[in-house]
Design a protein around this ligand. Structure first.
Ligand code: CMP
Length: 142
Protein backbone atom coordinates (compact mmCIF):
# COMPACT_ATOMS: atom_id res chain seq x y z
CA UNK A 1 0.00 0.00 0.00
CA UNK A 2 1.01 3.60 -0.50
CA UNK A 3 2.62 4.66 2.76
CA UNK A 4 4.59 7.45 4.38
CA UNK A 5 7.66 7.15 6.54
CA UNK A 6 9.81 9.58 8.47
CA UNK A 7 13.55 9.81 7.80
CA UNK A 8 16.56 11.70 9.17
CA UNK A 9 19.91 12.30 7.46
CA UNK A 10 21.98 12.48 10.65
CA UNK A 11 24.68 15.07 11.50
CA UNK A 12 27.61 12.83 10.43
CA UNK A 13 26.15 12.34 6.93
CA UNK A 14 25.43 16.08 6.60
CA UNK A 15 29.00 16.88 7.75
CA UNK A 16 30.35 14.39 5.19
CA UNK A 17 28.41 16.15 2.39
CA UNK A 18 26.27 13.11 1.68
CA UNK A 19 22.79 14.69 1.71
CA UNK A 20 22.47 14.49 -2.08
CA UNK A 21 23.84 10.95 -2.32
CA UNK A 22 21.34 9.75 0.28
CA UNK A 23 18.39 11.62 -1.28
CA UNK A 24 19.35 10.02 -4.62
CA UNK A 25 19.09 6.56 -3.02
CA UNK A 26 15.58 7.38 -1.74
CA UNK A 27 14.52 8.49 -5.20
CA UNK A 28 16.02 5.55 -7.08
CA UNK A 29 14.30 3.23 -4.56
CA UNK A 30 10.94 4.71 -5.55
CA UNK A 31 10.52 6.82 -2.42
CA UNK A 32 9.32 10.34 -3.13
CA UNK A 33 10.45 13.19 -0.86
CA UNK A 34 7.18 14.99 0.00
CA UNK A 35 8.60 17.19 2.81
CA UNK A 36 12.14 18.19 3.74
CA UNK A 37 14.03 20.69 5.91
CA UNK A 38 17.36 21.25 7.64
CA UNK A 39 17.32 21.63 11.43
CA UNK A 40 19.87 21.96 14.21
CA UNK A 41 18.05 20.24 17.07
CA UNK A 42 17.97 21.53 20.62
CA UNK A 43 18.63 19.10 23.47
CA UNK A 44 14.89 19.20 24.29
CA UNK A 45 13.89 18.38 20.70
CA UNK A 46 16.33 15.44 20.50
CA UNK A 47 15.31 14.08 23.92
CA UNK A 48 11.64 14.32 22.97
CA UNK A 49 12.17 12.56 19.66
CA UNK A 50 14.06 9.67 21.28
CA UNK A 51 11.91 9.58 24.48
CA UNK A 52 11.35 5.81 24.09
CA UNK A 53 15.12 5.29 24.62
CA UNK A 54 15.30 7.39 27.81
CA UNK A 55 17.10 5.37 30.49
CA UNK A 56 19.16 3.36 28.00
CA UNK A 57 22.95 3.69 28.37
CA UNK A 58 23.28 5.13 24.85
CA UNK A 59 20.63 7.84 25.41
CA UNK A 60 22.85 10.76 26.54
CA UNK A 61 25.55 10.23 23.87
CA UNK A 62 22.82 9.77 21.23
CA UNK A 63 21.28 13.14 22.18
CA UNK A 64 24.75 14.72 22.23
CA UNK A 65 25.42 13.42 18.70
CA UNK A 66 22.00 14.37 17.31
CA UNK A 67 22.48 17.97 18.55
CA UNK A 68 26.11 18.20 17.36
CA UNK A 69 25.27 19.76 14.00
CA UNK A 70 22.58 20.26 11.39
CA UNK A 71 20.54 17.35 10.09
CA UNK A 72 17.87 16.84 7.44
CA UNK A 73 14.37 15.62 8.27
CA UNK A 74 12.14 14.32 5.50
CA UNK A 75 8.88 12.54 4.79
CA UNK A 76 9.13 9.77 2.18
CA UNK A 77 6.12 8.39 0.33
CA UNK A 78 5.88 5.20 -1.71
CA UNK A 79 4.69 1.58 -1.84
CA UNK A 80 5.43 0.04 1.57
CA UNK A 81 7.58 3.06 2.37
CA UNK A 82 8.37 2.02 5.97
CA UNK A 83 9.88 -1.36 5.08
CA UNK A 84 11.33 -0.15 1.78
CA UNK A 85 13.24 2.59 3.60
CA UNK A 86 14.44 0.12 6.24
CA UNK A 87 15.75 -2.14 3.48
CA UNK A 88 17.79 0.58 1.85
CA UNK A 89 19.10 1.86 5.23
CA UNK A 90 20.49 -1.53 6.32
CA UNK A 91 21.06 -2.74 9.88
CA UNK A 92 21.26 -0.22 12.77
CA UNK A 93 24.89 -1.17 13.34
CA UNK A 94 26.83 -0.33 10.14
CA UNK A 95 29.09 -3.32 10.86
CA UNK A 96 26.05 -5.56 10.26
CA UNK A 97 24.61 -3.62 7.32
CA UNK A 98 24.47 -5.38 3.94
CA UNK A 99 26.70 -4.10 1.15
CA UNK A 100 25.02 -1.36 -0.85
CA UNK A 101 22.86 -0.11 2.02
CA UNK A 102 23.06 3.48 3.28
CA UNK A 103 24.61 2.52 6.61
CA UNK A 104 27.21 0.29 4.97
CA UNK A 105 28.16 3.09 2.58
CA UNK A 106 27.85 6.25 4.72
CA UNK A 107 28.42 5.18 8.35
CA UNK A 108 31.02 3.39 10.43
CA UNK A 109 29.63 3.57 13.98
CA UNK A 110 26.43 2.41 15.71
CA UNK A 111 25.81 5.89 17.12
CA UNK A 112 26.73 7.85 14.00
CA UNK A 113 24.80 5.58 11.68
CA UNK A 114 23.98 8.20 9.01
CA UNK A 115 20.20 7.74 8.81
CA UNK A 116 17.11 7.16 10.89
CA UNK A 117 13.91 5.64 9.56
CA UNK A 118 10.59 4.86 11.27
CA UNK A 119 10.21 1.21 12.32
CA UNK A 120 6.41 0.95 11.81
CA UNK A 121 3.53 2.92 10.28
CA UNK A 122 2.40 4.03 13.78
CA UNK A 123 5.83 5.43 14.69
CA UNK A 124 6.01 7.04 11.23
CA UNK A 125 2.81 8.99 11.92
CA UNK A 126 4.08 10.09 15.33
CA UNK A 127 7.55 11.05 14.05
CA UNK A 128 6.19 12.95 11.03
CA UNK A 129 3.88 14.95 13.34
CA UNK A 130 6.81 15.66 15.71
CA UNK A 131 8.70 17.59 13.02
CA UNK A 132 6.19 18.64 10.34
CA UNK A 133 2.90 20.52 10.30
CA UNK A 134 0.33 19.43 7.69
CA UNK A 135 1.00 22.49 5.50
CA UNK A 136 4.70 21.52 5.19
CA UNK A 137 3.83 18.19 3.55
CA UNK A 138 3.39 18.33 -0.22
CA UNK A 139 1.86 15.14 -1.67
CA UNK A 140 2.56 14.69 -5.39
CA UNK A 141 -0.15 15.05 -7.97
CA UNK A 142 2.16 13.59 -10.63
P1 CMP B 1 17.98 5.25 15.23
O1 CMP B 1 17.29 4.46 14.18
O2 CMP B 1 18.05 6.71 15.02
O3 CMP B 1 17.26 4.97 16.63
C1 CMP B 1 17.94 5.09 17.86
C2 CMP B 1 19.40 5.28 17.68
O4 CMP B 1 20.18 5.00 18.84
C3 CMP B 1 19.93 4.30 16.64
O5 CMP B 1 19.48 4.69 15.38
C4 CMP B 1 21.42 4.36 16.89
O6 CMP B 1 22.00 5.50 16.30
C5 CMP B 1 21.44 4.53 18.40
N1 CMP B 1 21.66 3.26 19.07
C6 CMP B 1 20.83 2.23 19.17
N2 CMP B 1 21.36 1.24 19.89
C7 CMP B 1 22.56 1.68 20.28
C8 CMP B 1 23.59 1.11 21.03
N3 CMP B 1 23.49 -0.10 21.55
N4 CMP B 1 24.70 1.85 21.20
C9 CMP B 1 24.80 3.09 20.68
N5 CMP B 1 23.84 3.67 19.95
C10 CMP B 1 22.74 2.98 19.73
Amino acid sequence: ALQRTFSIVKPNAVADNNIGAIYHRFETAGLKIIASKMLHLSKEQAEGFYAEHKGRPFFAPLVEFMTSGPLMVQVLEGEDAVSRNREIMGATNPADALAGTLRADYATEMRENAVHGSDAPESAAREIAYFFSDDEICPRTR
